[in-house]
Design a protein around this ligand. Structure first.
Ligand code: CS2
Ligand code: MG
Length: 401
């Protein structure tokens, strides 16, 4: 089966998405997500200019060889743009393979290991009283796990807390600037989590996303202060370029740690996993080289007691979610899947089989990934420049956002 054509579709049904569609000589097509929030056009150009011309004529069933060809053949290996492009090709080829076999991709990966993919929802609010209402709403919708994010007194904007309908951090063409105070955050957050735990008891899985903003010793302090509330995970406590830095956190606290959403190859997390410095690996299909590479990361994690915690924000398309669920329903070391429901406008562009019910996402049993892109509808939503914010301390020092 030969690849005869491929096209990159950029659309913006409320936010930007980049989708690769691959067409074969047997009439089968496949889709892959190539969305990199704030850098969408970089990936679109990488695909159109440097990848697609080399795909035409290739055997569509040679998924591993194509992955190696695009990774090693690039010479300039790794990085978020390159790996998102490779992911899109890889994901689309798995989609095609499943369709050709008449099987859902999860069946090609070894089949179901669970009845559904347990998801966590987002409870975000400006203050803790409003946060309790949000947690209650999610628990009422059947979520067993809830990520809690709260405003911080004295800070105008805080990660994860929107000031209106919906939450989309890439809110302007030129990055908006936010001000951060680690002192105010560390003083306030433990009390927020305590209130949530007191209100809802030991049952719900509670998570919190630090979003890369602490030093290891600050993260150790926070982890220790949260131990009485038994978090399922503390996410991205510190920027993770220095993987051995997590040893310091581990020395001080038993609060479980999740990292990985900004990682794009196994090398970004290999030390963290091998030394069991983390408990959940959050890499995603779109950012970490597709199904082929992400399953390698997940397999390494499985050997070291590390579970999956796939990133699933709305700035990854439903195509990424569909692919993530194929892995999530089948891997032995599944942990949790993030679930930020897309808008109806987005879902209309990406008709899909997966669905939410009673705290689970179900991938369905459609051949391939069980999703497509409505190209005519996609064409009605032109790209809109949008960048992620930049974060500074009160004295102007640039800080992780
Ligand atoms: C966040 C993401 O969902 C999460 O865990 O860290 O929403 C992240 O802020 C966005 O993906 C950035 O584009
Ligand atoms: Mg996160």
């Amino acid at each position: 089966m030969r690849i005869t054509d491929a096209r990159v579709i950029v659309t913006c049904p409320g936010r930007n998405f980049v989708t690769l569609k691959i067409i074969t000589d047997e009439g089968l097509t496949g889709v892959g997500d190539a969305t990199l929030n704030g850098r969408e056009l970089a990936v679109a150009a990488y695909l159109s200019e440097h990848v697609l011309p080399a795909l035409i004529g290739r055997d569509a069933t040679r998924i591993e060889d194509t992955w190696q060809y695009l990774y090693k053949g690039a010479y300039w290996r790794r990085g978020p743009v390159t790996m998102a492009a490779i992911s899109a090709v890889d994901t689309a080829l798995w989609d095609i393979l499943g369709k050709r076999a008449g099987l859902p991709v999860h069946q090609l990966l070894g089949g179901r290991s669970r009845e559904g993919v347990t998801v966590y929802g987002h409870a975000n609010a400006a203050d803790v009283d409003a946060l309790l209402v949000e947690v209650d709403r999610l628990l009422g919708e059947g979520y067993r796990a809830v990520r809690v994010q709260s405003g911080i007194p004295g800070l105008e904007k805080v990660y994860g807390v929107s000031d209106g309908a919906g939450y989309e951090p890439a809110d302007s063409a030129v990055p908006t600037e936010t001000v951060w105070s680690t002192e105010a955050y560390l003083d306030h957050l433990p009390g927020v989590v305590r209130r949530v735990r007191e209100e809802f008891g030991p049952g719900p899985k509670l998570l919190h996303d630090v979003h890369h903003r602490l030093t290891p010793i600050e993260a150790a302090r926070l982890g220790k202060s949260l131990e009485p509330y038994a978090l399922t995970w503390l996410e991205d406590p510190v920027p993770a370029e220095l993987q051995e830095g997590f040893r310091l956190i581990r020395r001080h606290t038993t609060t479980p740690i999740a990292v990985g959403e900004v990682f794009n190859t196994v090398f970004d997390s290999a030390q963290l996993i091998r030394e069991q410095l983390i408990d959940y690996i959050r890499c995603s299909v779109v950012h970490a080289g597709g199904i082929t590479h992400l399953r390698r990361i997940y397999d390494l994690a499985a050997l070291h007691h590390v579970r999956t915690g796939a990133h699933g924000a709305t700035d990854m398309s439903p195509v990424c979610m569909a692919a993530s669920l194929q892995l999530g329903i089948s891997v032995p070391n599944f942990g949790l899947q993030e679930h930020m429901p897309h808008t109806a406008e987005t879902d209309a562009v990406f008709p899909h089989a997966y669905h939410y019910a009673d705290g689970y996402l179900h991938p369905g049993d459609e051949p391939g990934l069980g999703i497509d892109i409505d190209e005519e509808l996609a064409a009605r939503h032109p790209y809109r420049a949008a960048s992620l914010p930049v974060n500074r301390l009160a004295d102007g020092t640039l800080h992780s956002w």
